[in-house]
Design a protein around this ligand. Structure first.
Ligand code: HEC
Length: 117
């Protein structure tokens, strides 16, 4: 394979990977995540994921957390790798699409999750 052909293959693979990645990134529906969050999560995590309004200091802030972290936490509450009686019940009722939408929504909010000096 010529050097040009090799780099064309690499470029095509990178483009294909980028397309796949952006499809999954776009698949999240922020409006649906917001609606679900206000209905099912706000009672504990506050209206905007504890942004300046913690209901209880032991309830984690979700606003501005990394999307992948939130999604992973929900998956693990559902499959039992993370054990918490309250969140196991919440996650049990969520589909993967709902988890994806909720995670994207909370990740999109302004955050208090930063390092204070
Ligand atoms: C009845 C109260 C309650 C409700 C309702 C609730 N949560 Fe939670 N959530 C908690 C508590 C308490 C924890 C901390 C659990 C632990 O220590 O693992 C938590 C933890 C989490 C975490 C892990 C955060 C972290 O920083 O590790 C995520 C993600 C989460 N909740 C998402 C949601 C979503 C999404 C909803 C709505 C579908 C929801 N929660 C509804 C009480 C609640």
């Amino acid at each position: 394979m010529t050097r040009f052909a090799q780099s064309a293959v690499v470029a095509a693979s990178v483009a294909a990977f980028g397309a796949l990645f952006s499809v999954s990134a776009q698949a999240a529906d922020l409006a649906a995540g917001k609606a679900k969050a206000e209905q099912a999560c706000a009672a504990c995590h506050a209206k905007e994921g504890n942004w300046s309004a913690p209901i209880d200091p032991s309830y984690p802030k979700l606003a501005g957390q990394y999307k992948d972290y939130l999604y992973q936490a929900l998956v693990q509450y559902k499959d039992g790798r993370r054990k918490n009686g309250i969140m196991a019940g919440m996650a049990a009722a969520l589909s993967k699409d709902e988890m994806n939408n909720l995670s994207a929504y909370f990740a999109s909010l302004p955050t208090e999750l930063n390092t204070h000096r």
